[in-house]
Design a protein around this ligand. Structure first.
Ligand SMILES: Nc1ncnc2c1ncn2[C@@H]1O[C@H](COP(=O)(O)OP(=O)(O)O)[C@@H](O)[C@H]1O
Ligand SMILES: [Mg+2]
Length: 237
């Protein structure tokens, strides 16, 4: 039997005001699985990741996390809170029993000393500190919203190698196509409130999406013809 998912969202629906953002969305992530979450701007990717992180309550649906599984979430905009140094901020993300050395080690790997004042860091430094914070505890599940934003190419490559070498499950949102192609093994596509998933990485996404859309169009044509026929029959018998 397949192991139970580490995290499972079932039948998630959420509306902010007007049209539903998410309707009946399912997402399940197993140990070591690497999912990329794709969709247009505004399709609800960040919101769905926040639901997975337990930070947003959907209107309907359920969220299951395997007991004991640890999750870390990288928001699009990190919030440093009251921390005086980047090291204090990263250490505050550790769980009980986690190795404090990892905080220093990852900051150093990411080109930070740990002494930086979060109030005066650049966008790139902020993103690197936020990455150190989610990586240091070695969580079972990493939820990453645009992890490569503000990073230079060597750091993106370092991050790719780091994530590649870890066994944690990943859910990735990114505009960086190469990053997604190299890392993802599963693709979840959010489109008009619904989600579709294939067991292939981002490299297969565009061809698959075009097929899905073409099939949808064929179905719509059939439906339109049926309606025309029925109207004809109603009018003329
Ligand atoms: N807390 C909120 N209140 C109202 N609207 C929101 C809230 N969060 C997100 N939205 C809206 O939901 C839509 C989807 O946002 P988001 O999840 O950030 O999409 P994506 O990450 O795919 O670009 C946007 O139109 C956004 O303005
Ligand atoms: Mg977003």
């Amino acid at each position: 039997m397949a192991p139970p998912p580490l995290i499972q969202l079932k039948d998630i629906s959420l509306t902010f005001g007007g049209t539903p953002l998410l309707s009946g969305v399912e997402l399940s992530v197993s140990a070591g699985e690497r999912v990329c979450l794709i969709g247009r701007n505004g399709s609800g990717k960040s919101t769905l990741l926040r639901i997975a992180a337990g930070l947003v309550e959907p209107d309907a649906g359920s969220r299951f996390v395997q007991p004991g599984a640890t999750i870390r979430y990288l928001p699009q905009e990190p919030d440093f809170g009251e921390h005086k140094t980047t090291l204090a901020y990263v250490e505050a993300g550790l769980g009980p029993g986690d190795d404090h050395y990892q905080a220093r080690y990852l900051l150093e790997q990411l080109g930070l000393t740990g002494e930086e004042d979060p109030a005066h860091v650049s966008g790139g430094e902020a993103r690197r500190a936020a990455l150190a914070r989610v990586l240091a505890p070695s969580p079972d599940i990493l939820l990453l919203d645009e992890p490569t934003n503000h990073l230079d190419l060597p750091t993106i490559e370092w991050l790719e190698g780091e994530l590649e070498s870890r066994r944690c499950a990943l859910v990735l949102i990114s505009h960086d196509r190469r990053f997604l192609t190299n890392l993802s093994r599963t693709t979840a596509w959010l489109d008009r409130g619904r989600i579709r998933q294939i067991a292939r990485g981002f490299g297969a996404f565009e061809e698959w999406r075009d097929e899905v859309l073409a099939e949808e169009e064929r179905e719509q044509h059939k439906l339109d013809r049926k309606i025309v026929n029925e109207e004809h029959w109603l009018r003329y018998g």
